[in-house]
Ligand binder design. Sequence first.
Ligand SMILES: Cc1ncc(COP(=O)(O)O)c(C=O)c1O
Length: 304
Amino acid sequence: MTALVFLDPSHPAGRVADAASPQLSVLDQGVTRGDGVFESALYTGGVVRKLEAHLARMAVSAASCDLSMPSAEAWRAAIATAVAAYDAARPSSGPGAAAGTAGDTHEAVVKLVATRGLESAGHGTSWVAVSPASELGRRQRTAGVAVVLLDRGYDSTVAERAPWLLMGAKTLSYAVNMAALRHARRNGADDVIFVSSDGRVLEGPTSTVLLAVRDGDTKRLITPMLETGILPGTTQGAIFAAAEAAGWELGYGPLVPQHLMEADAVWLVSSVRLLAPVNSLDGIDIARDARLHEELTAMVDAIR
Ligand SMILES: Cc1ncc(COP(=O)(O)O)c(C=O)c1O
């Protein structure tokens, strides 16, 4: 079941629509050119997690594409309408846990999309869709993932030299990211870590890379530097804030694949799947420190 709400100036709380019937023009530039931006947030326990961080990043993505977008207030109103419609249409997830309350363990994806709209319209098309989160993502939180390293074909300085490539913006043009995932699966892996043409670790097609190193009593959490043209992850940001408060040291790349091979744990982190521990890289098993994973999982579970 998917709940769908369009942002529409004549409906301040959003316009509810039927996700099972056609709603979008075939001429919308979001469809014909992948010209638009999006966000995917986790809805569970009655809370859309990190909503403000998602809205803030979406505004940055839109600005980098010169795309005008509805206000944060309009998004919040449409999201509230969409999650209420979603909750009303499904059973509760257990005794004492009515749909949309704090004890509700059901997980859904809240997808926010803003396209450039029809060429003739002069305004964009924006909507919120709420759908069940995938079972596979939840399984990978405990089972972990086998990862292949794939060349992204750009060097690590491209974002600064070529801003028109929109590196680091969350645009609708994810065909390349999805093709990389299919390539990984054809080769017996679950996921991908992109590497720049000059050998720097970048990100997954739908995730941020995190690694942890234990050095005596010191625990260090490291992620690739943003200047390499990667998307600033909202999950990585929230984990770093929690880890810093818990006394961990934090670091930002540059990272090379050898750092991943030598770490005590590596994860792919993202808003809906949350923490997926990496079991192997290019077929070689890597360390998976169970205590570090437990500590980070507790931090992720506490994110609101
Ligand atoms: C390319 C890319 N990097 C990183 C992420 C993780 O971002 P977040 O933690 O905000 O979901 C995503 C999320 O889909 C992504 O598409």
